[in-house]
Every structure is written in C-alpha cells, then in structure tokens.
Write a protein that binds this ligand. Structure first.
Ligand SMILES: NC(=O)c1ccc[n+]([C@@H]2O[C@H](COP(=O)([O-])OP(=O)(O)OC[C@H]3O[C@@H](n4cnc5c(N)ncnc54)[C@H](OP(=O)(O)O)[C@@H]3O)[C@@H](O)[C@H]2O)c1
Length: 247
C-alpha cells in the first residue's frame, strides 16, 4: 500500500486531496499546523501529524514520524492580495517563507529517501495566476512562479533517480477560505492612491463564469502522482484549464 504526505490539510485543497487518496486505499499522512482529528473520517490508513512548513524542526519531526512515503504533495500556501506599495517586506517574506521556501525545504527533506529507493513523486501546488498575471497579486504570483521554475529544473535533475516532480496549477476557488485569508493579510494597508483601482479589480472578481473546485485539485494531484505519462504541469479547474489552453 502506498503512502502520501500532504501539507496544509486543515482545509481547502489539502483536505480534499487527503480525502481523495484515503478513498482510494492509500495511506495518508495528513499534516496541519494545528492537528485536528475531526475534519476527516477516522481510518487505520490515516495519520494526522503536526507540520509547519516554515519551521525546520517541525519539518524534521514530521518527516521522521511519517516514515517511508511514496509521494509528497506540497499544498500548504498563503495568499496576499493588494498593491505592492502597501505590502510590508515582512508580509512579502512571510508569503515566500510558506509558498516558496516551505516547498523547497519539504522537498529537500524527502529527497534522500526517494533517491535511495529510486522511486517517488513530488507534486507542488502553485497557481494559474502564473499563466496569466492579475493585478494586486505581485508578491503571491512571484512566490508561486518561483516554484514553477524550481520544479521544472528539479524534474530534470531527478530523472536519473526515477523521481518525478510535477506542478498542479489550480484556478480560482471561491469555496476555500484562501481568498478571505489573503485579503485579511492586507487589511488597512492599501494606499489611498490605489483605492479606486483596487475597487474595480475586486468588482471584476465578483462572479467568474468558470471556477475551480477543491475536487478538481484533488483529481489533478491524483493524476500527477499516479500517471507517469502526465506532463509536468497539470491545470486544475475549468478556469485554469481554459487559461492553460489559451497560453
Ligand atoms: N483557493 C484558490 O483560489 C487557490 C488558487 C490557486 C492556488 N491555490 C493554492 O492552493 C493551495 C491551497 O489553498 P486553499 O485554497 O486550499 O487555501 P486554504 O483553505 O486557506 O488552505 C491552505 C492550507 O495551507 C495551510 N498552511 C498555511 N501556512 C502553513 C504553514 N506555514 N505550514 C503548514 N501549513 C500551512 C493552512 O493551514 P492553517 O489552517 O494552519 O492556516 C491550510 O491548511 C495553496 O498553496 C494556494 O496558494 C489556491
């Protein structure tokens, strides 16, 4: 039986992906900053472990406690929506610490076992905003675009060891708490000069015709892990697929 370790399983895509793998007979190590055992059905094949991807001790302990794994899904991420002028460097660094360095650190932590076994898959969840840029998302987009480039280079480096590295690029998912979290990170910091522009951008985000569901992301991650012939980049969600086809 195969084992997947997924980061950021307390909600949204990570939670749905953990459920998806659990329903398909995988052993799931569902990691969360604050472990909860009430978000998923109980199962002998489920372990919930504490993991903060910005904390090296937490990474070491979680990877050690997980034991041998077959797949790593770097899903944990934070958003940030707002004008760059209103973004402190502290917030910009927080976004990169989680989305970029957290993903790199988790990858480093599992690579020795994958390389030695000559087997393993790493899936990095980035975003369709890296395919077509949107305003007020410069820092977030940069944090995810860096992981696209990281993944595509690493995929080549790990080919000799039979370790696959893939990207899942979700579109916009209003059903997760991601958007609200992203907005709260910027509260009160938007410079007045950007207010009218920001209002028009937010208004335009109101009712998208195509969206991404958490299930779309779980399916895309499943495919990236289980289908060795799938491309390095997999778009997830109707909006992301349409965008990828138009690029
Ligand atoms: N929703 C969208 O529209 C969208 C679109 C494209 C890409 N994405 C990407 O998809 C991924 C999942 O997003 P989502 O929509 O499912 O959002 P979400 O519901 O807010 O889930 C994000 C998860 O990441 C976790 N997390 C945050 N910081 C962490 C850290 N330092 N260490 C470990 N876990 C951490 C959160 O845990 P806590 O509960 O502890 O905060 C939460 O479980 C993210 O990488 C995001 O950038 C989202």
């Amino acid at each position: 039986m195969k084992t997947v370790l997924i980061t950021g399983c307390s909600s949204g895509f990570g939670l749905e992906t953990a459920r998806y793998f659990l329903d398909r007979d995988w052993q799931v190590v569902a990691t969360m900053r604050t472990p909860r055992d009430d978000v998923m059905r109980r199962s002998e094949r489920l372990r919930v472990l504490a993991l903060d991807v910005t904390n090296p001790d937490s990474i070491r302990q979680a990877v050690q406690a997980a034991g041998p794994i077959d797949a790593l899904v770097n899903n944990a991420g934070i958003g940030m929506l707002g004008a760059l002028e209103g973004t402190s460097m502290q917030v910009a660094r927080e976004v990169f610490e989680t989305n970029t360095f957290g993903t790199i650190a988790m990858t480093q932590a599992v690579l020795p076992q994958f390389r030695e076994r000559k087997a393993g898959v790493i899936v990095n969840v980035t975003s369709s905003v890296t395919l077509k840029s949107l305003p007020l998302l410069s820092v977030y987009t940069a944090s995810k675009a860096a992981i696209n480039a990281f993944t595509e280079s690493l995929a080549l480096e790990l080919q000799p060891f039979n370790v696959r590295v893939s990207l899942v690029l979700p579109g916009r998912a209003p059903e997760t708490s991601f958007g609200a979290n992203a907005r709260s990170r910027m509260q009160g910091n938007s410079p007045e000069a950007y207010a009218a522009f920001a209002q028009s951008v937010f208004a335009g985000m109101g009712q998208p015709s195509l969206i991404t569901r958490a299930l779309d992301v779980a399916e895309a991650v499943w495919r990236a892990v289980n289908d060795a012939s799938c491309p390095v980049r997999v778009a997830a969600g109707a909006d992301a697929v349409a965008l990828a086809e138009s690029c």
